[in-house]
Design a protein around this ligand. Sequence first.
Ligand code: MIC
Ligand code: MG
Length: 296
Amino acid sequence: MTQPAAGSRFRALVAEQAPVQIVGTVNAYSALLAQKAGHKAIYLSGAGVANASLGLPDLGISQLADVAEDARRITAVCDLPLLVDVDTGWGSAFNIARTVREMERAGVAAIHLEDQVQAKRCGHRPNKALVSIEEMVDRVRAGVDARTDASFVFMARTDGHASEGMTAAVERANRYVEAGADMIFAEALHTLEEFATFTRQVPVPVLANITEFGQTPLFDVDELAGVNVAMVLYPLSAFRAMSKATLAVYGAIARDGHQRGVVEAMQTRTELYEILGYHDYEQKLDELFSKESQHE
Ligand SMILES: C[C@](O)(C(=O)O)[C@H](CC(=O)O)C(=O)O
Ligand SMILES: [Mg+2]
């Protein structure tokens, strides 16, 4: 039986399970770990691609090809609906159309595209500059028009709150919805009251980005459910934890001349193989070999 398209599955999840938790997975193996932990939706972060895959800051340096490659690697092994951060779409109308098509081809369920200028910054840092409402409306129109699968989710992100305030952020969101956006990413709001105001006035599912060390307090799902948030994003939580763990292991090996003090902190070979389904692959190999030897 073939599965419904990724976009349909993501829409159904948002409709049934709001708020849906969406966890960042910086690579294919992380996606398998998220699935193992019981998550139903995953995220490829723009900052994650820049930081983890490229070793660069999240300042609009990465390109479509970088993000598409990481997305394809995830969808190749994990069928959970994947939301992908496409930053500003990497250009104007035809570039945005190409971004949408590439993401559809990569088996992605949803993308979010933001209203910052091309030289974008992290949404939780100062000095973000936005394009005009009209320019962002053009981006949304170009993206929505480029879809070949009507279920593919186009989410518009507004960074408007930081420089223009709540009223303007709500106005921007509504203009993007009128232009065809299916869902809205409300970046860097500060309070639950702000989320309540936002969701009251925006007629589509709204995402809250609960990234650590940022502008938004670490509200829990119940609090966010109470203000009608439909999706809760944890873009870099696992990446931040694995980075700290990695540094501790490298440090211990350098300092101690062995890794014995940090073995306890490691996932075992057995656990790794379980996540990967290693033994199924091995069995397949055995079957192929034994068939081959029967022909000899
Ligand atoms: C969600 C985000 O766009 C990302 O790329 O993961 C970042 C997250 C972060 O830097 O903490 C953002 O909010 O701009
Ligand atoms: Mg980003």
